[in-house]
Write a protein that binds this ligand. Sequence first.
Ligand code: PDD
Length: 285
Amino acid sequence: MIKSKQVFLNGAYLPVENATVSVMDRGFLFGDGIYEVIPVYCGSLFRFDAHLDRLENSLKLARIDNPYSRDEWRDIMLPLIDATKDQYIYFQVTRGAAEKRDHAFPAGVKPTVFMMCNDIAPFDDKELGVKAISVDDNRWSLCNIKAITLLGNILLRQQAVENDCAEAILVREGYVTEGSASNVFAVIDGVLITPPKSNFILAGITRDVILELADAHNIPYAQDIISLDALKTASEIWFASSTREILPVIELDGLPVANGKVGRLWHTMNDLLQAYKSSYAASGK
Ligand code: PDD
């Protein structure tokens, strides 16, 4: 195992302070690249293939060549991991460094690949729930690409933070899309609902796992549109992501969600997710 301060850059492992890229890199100049985040539990890469499917899709849509095979990607990740704690692999691929700044694709450049592994910071008092605000989803319409170009998401998250909220719920033309860095679930009339996959949301891997668990445990669920008005009648609202898992929302736009307490289904689903994570890691996948 390599020490945790090591990162991977363009074919080599090196200390993070020595890992530098050219100022001509298109990731730096244009945000021209894509990324992935894979949780690692007990040394096991959670849903590796699903994350690699999404990586391949992002690369295809961004028209960046995939520099590695799946086995090569896995081999690059493993030495960065400390199996004694919960961590996540972050990696990004940019179009590379060109000689000139020009919006159009440069010819003959090699993608830049950067990867690091960080501890997953436990979310303090998750069981008490968090506050959220609804904001206008003013991002572009290619949100299905996991692009490093995150200024839109960053501005919306910051708006939430400045309103003492943990996350923003993005609303496009009256309908919920997702969070600034998460997917959204709501329990409405006893049914667990999340907006369907489209180019306006990132297809979260945690989202898929939650839907599979609902299906396997006879929890009524649907992938359906949710208006902001309907969201305000929800008995539960959750955010879902690789690094925050499932986060219950107890307040939306300054008003309590239902009775303002974390709901029953969140406890059920959180228990199912924790059990699934353990069994997944134990299966040695
Ligand atoms: N973000 N939607 C957006 C916009 C996201 O940024 C994320 C995750 C998700 C949830 O996807 P997943 O369940 O696969 O993590 C949905 C990661 C964690 C990030 O940017 O750090």
